[in-house]
Ligand binder design. Sequence first.
Ligand code: SAM
Length: 404
Amino acid sequence: MSEALPVVEVGPVAHGGSCVARLDGQVVFVRHALPGERVSIRVTDRTKRYLRADAVEVLEASPDRVTPPCDLAGVCGGCDFQHVAPEAQLRLLGSVVSEQLQRLAGIEREVQVEAVSPSLGWRTRVTWSTTPDGRPGLRRHRSHQVVPVEHCPIAHPGLPDVLSHRWDAPQVEAIVSSTDQQLLVTDATVPKDLHVDGVAGTDGARRAGRTRLTERVEDHDFTVTGSGFWQVHPAAARTLVDAVLEAAEARPGDRVADLYAGVGLFTAFLADRVGPQGTVVSVEADTQAARDARRSLHRHAQVRLVSATTEQALRDDADLRRGVDLVVLDPPRTGARRAVPDVARLGARRVVYVACDPAALARDVATFAEHGYRLGDLRAFALFPMTHHVECVAVLDRQAVGSE
Ligand SMILES: C[S@@+](CC[C@H](N)C(=O)[O-])C[C@H]1O[C@@H](n2cnc3c(N)ncnc32)[C@H](O)[C@@H]1O
């Protein structure tokens, strides 16, 4: 006879999308549950400080629970909020951002997360893994095991049709750009009956046709080579550009630093705002992305591209060290921990921080506070619907000396 599974009362959502519960006094992070539910759980992981578990049976359901639009919800590791009603997803994301700000930066702030459409068919870049017999799929949560996928409701319908074929490499990355160009990044043999615009070999050896894509945002075109960074949701680039421009309030003639600039998305629009009298120093560590930025931005005389890490540029770039009026920074998930003190030393009147991890953001907001910058407006966007990921755009203003 199988042993009865433990039952827990589910508490608030935590960073990472699981909900917090207690089992025999120990903290347990429960996936696929919702605050207020009673669920039976299967423990999947034990550490000294906490347990991880999956909800198995929902004994008392939350009114926010819905039937997931995907058959593989809870099986594949890709989405963690498929069982949550769309408005409730926004509330959960908002409470995670609030909780991180409170816990890591001591800031009390209610955060309303803004919905971004569409909520399905939005993923314009997907890395499929393959099973030993070549079927494409996605990995289980915290596992190397690949779950074969025949249809993925969050995948963009314009992506190359990877799912109806077998592959002889461990990974196939499929991309569709905002200009409808398709690209596969893989070392696999591409099936003859699969029509795709371009294929880039990840070993650099096998390349056929197009290996670069054009992404268009309003009247700016951006080159992105292979699997270089570009925002994933089709509405993300435009949403973030609007939010960054509104937050930055750049003026003609301003000196701006765009740090972690990628292929120059914010740089191009900031250059328009500061005009020919201003300057935008655009710093990117990835050499291919920096080359792509050069292709897209060479006509903007007021832009200076620096191919270096943000940390190096802040230390060594004489022009930057003379100071700037504004900083925009959009670091990777780990945040900008080591760069924050040097960013603060640039003396900008305002820093606009774009963050895909609210914990890293809150930690860095606390460090900015130690260096005289106080959190102003903060907007949050559900740019990854059906998942626990959330993007924030935060304003940090330099406090006058002597003010609190
Ligand atoms: C979240 S992306 C943002 C890119 C760009 N702002 C956009 O929206 O398209 C972060 C970028 O930072 C770059 N990066 C990572 N670590 C870096 C570092 N230490 N210094 C400078 N750039 C870095 C990555 O290559 C990536 O292009």
